[in-house]
Write a protein that binds this ligand. Structure first.
Ligand SMILES: *Cc1c(COP(=O)(O)O)cnc(C)c1O
Length: 362
C-alpha cells in the first residue's frame, strides 16, 4: 500500500489501488499501440473495443436485461436533472418526485423549470434523516415518471427498497450507490449515475435507459441534450470522455474480480458496520442522526456533542492521513464515505481511531 491515504472523500472518491496500478501500466502505451488511450480517435477499433466492452461488463455485473440502452453522457449527474424533464415530461403531465435530501431537491428544482412537478413523498420535515415509507404511495395518474434518489450522499440516507410504480416509469439517481449492491434493474425505466463515486473518475455519467422510454421523444430539444442522439449513435455522436470510460472499464473488471455485487454488498455492510458500531457503542459520544432503517452503507454521517470537538476530530484525523471526513458544508458534522473502492483496512483504522478519540475526550 505504501503511502496511500485512508480516503473517505465523498466524490471524486477513492479508486481501487489495483485499478490505478493497471492504468499506470497502460498509461503511455495502451496494449502495444505506442500511444495512450487518450491520444487516439474515438472511432478507432482500440477505443471502440473499450467502449463496447464497458457496456457489456456493466450489463453482466448489474444484470441489465435486454431492452435497455447504456449511454455515456457528459455534464455530470446534474445535467440529468434537466435532461430527464426535457425529454420525458410531457405537456399535461407531471413529473413526480420523492424528496429525500439535497440531491433530490436539486432534481425537483430543475424539473420545475420545464413543467409541472409533484412531490409525492418527502422527508424534509425530518430534515431528510429518514427515507419516507413508500408502501402506500399513490401517484398522480398523469405522472410522466417517478424520480427517486437512491442514496442521499450529503445526509447519508439510502433507500432499502424501491417503490412499486405500476405503469409509471421509475427513474433513479444512483450516483452514490450504483453497483454497491444487487438491484432488480427491470423495475426501473432509467438509472443514472455520475461516475466519480462508485464507478470511476469524474467526466462521464452512465445512463441505463429502457427502450420504451426512448420512444416518441420531442424533436425540439437541442441535439446534445436529446437521449435519442446518444442512443442512436452508441454514445459516439461526438467525442466521448474516453479516458473516464476506460477507467470505468477497469473498475468494472475489478468488481467482477471481487466476485460481483453479492460480495461487494457483503463487504459494504461489513465496512460501514465497523463505523456504525463505533457510533452505536459510544454511549452517545458519537451520534448518527439518520434513522436506523435508512442508514446508508455509502455515506456515514455522524456528529459529536459540539462543533469544537468536531473540529478537533477533523484536525486529528488529518494528521493521521485520514482524508475527507468533514461533513458537507450545508449540513456540517462528519461524514465518512465508504464507497466500493474504500478498503476494509481504512474503515477498520477509522473505527479504531474513533474509539481512541472517544477515550481521550470523554
Ligand atoms: C454527486 C451527486 C450528484 C451530482 O453529480 P455531478 O456529476 O457532480 O453532477 C447527483 N446526485 C447524487 C446522488 C450525487 O451523489
Amino acid at each position: 500500500m505504501g503511502n496511500r491515504a485512508y480516503n473517505f472523500n465523498a466524490g471524486p472518491a477513492a479508486l481501487p489501488l489495483e485499478v490505478l496500478q493497471r492504468a499506470q501500466e497502460e498509461f503511455v502505451d495502451f496494449k502495444g499501440i505506442g500511444m495512450s488511450i487518450m491520444e487516439i480517435s474515438h472511432r478507432s477499433s482500440e477505443y471502440e473495443q473499450v467502449h463496447n466492452e464497458t457496456q457489456e461488463l456493466l450489463k453482466r455485473i448489474f444484470g441489465i436485461p435486454a431492452g435497455y440502452q447504456i449511454l455515456f453522457l457528459q455534464g455530470g449527474a446534474s445535467s440529468q436533472f434537466a435532461m430527464i424533464p426535457m425529454n420525458f415530461l410531457r405537456a399535461g403531465q407531471v413529473g413526480s418526485y420523492v424528496l429525500t435530501g439535497a440531491w433530490a431537491e436539486k432534481a425537483v428544482q430543475e424539473a420545475a423549470l420545464f413543467g409541472e412537478v409533484a412531490v409525492v413523498a418527502s422527508s424534509k420535515e425530518q430534515k431528510f434523516m429518514k427515507i419516507p415509507d413508500l408502501s402506500g404511495l399513490s401517484l398522480p395518474a398523469n405522472s410522466s415518471y417517478l424520480h427517486v434518489t437512491s442514496n442521499e450522499t450529503i445526509e447519508g440516507a439510502q433507500f432499502q427498497s424501491y417503490p412499486e410504480t405500476g405503469n409509471v416509469p421509475l427513474i433513479a439517481d444512483m450516483s452514490s450507490d450504483i453497483l454497491s449492491r444487487p438491484v432488480d434493474v427491470s423495475k426501473f425505466s432509467m438509472i443514472y449515475a455520475g461516475a466519480q463515486k462508485n464507478l470511476g473518475p469524474s467526466g462521464v455519467t452512465v445512463a441505463i435507459i429502457k427502450d420504451d422510454l426512448l420512444q416518441d421523444l420531442p424533436k425540439t430539444i437541442p441535439t446534445m441534450l436529446r437521449y435519442e442522439t446518444h442512443s442512436k449513435n452508441n454514445s459516439l455522436y461526438n467525442t466521448p470522455p474516453a479516458y473516464s470510460i476506460y477507467m470505468v472499464n477497469l473498475v468494472l473488471k475489478w468488481i467482477e474480480e471481487q466476485g460481483g455485487l453479492t460480495v461487494i454488498e457483503k463487504n459494504n455492510i461489513e465496512k460501514s458496520g465497523l463505523i456504525y458500531s463505533a457510533i452505536d457503542n459510544s454511549n452517545g459520544f458519537y451520534r448518527g442522526p439518520v434513522d436506523l432503517g435508512s442508514r446508508s452503507t455509502m455515506n456515514i454521517t455522524f456528529r459529536l456533542q459540539d462543533e469544537e470537538l468536531e473540529k478537533k476530530f477533523i484536525k486529528e484525523t488529518e494528521q493521521q492521513v485520514f482524508v475527507g471526513l468533514k461533513g458537507h458544508r450545508s449540513v456540517g458534522g462528519l461524514r465518512a464515505s465508504t464507497y466500493n473502492a474504500v478498503p476494509y483496512t481504512s474503515c477498520k483504522a477509522l473505527a479504531e481511531f474513533m474509539t481512541d478519540f472517544q477515550q481521550r475526550n470523554s
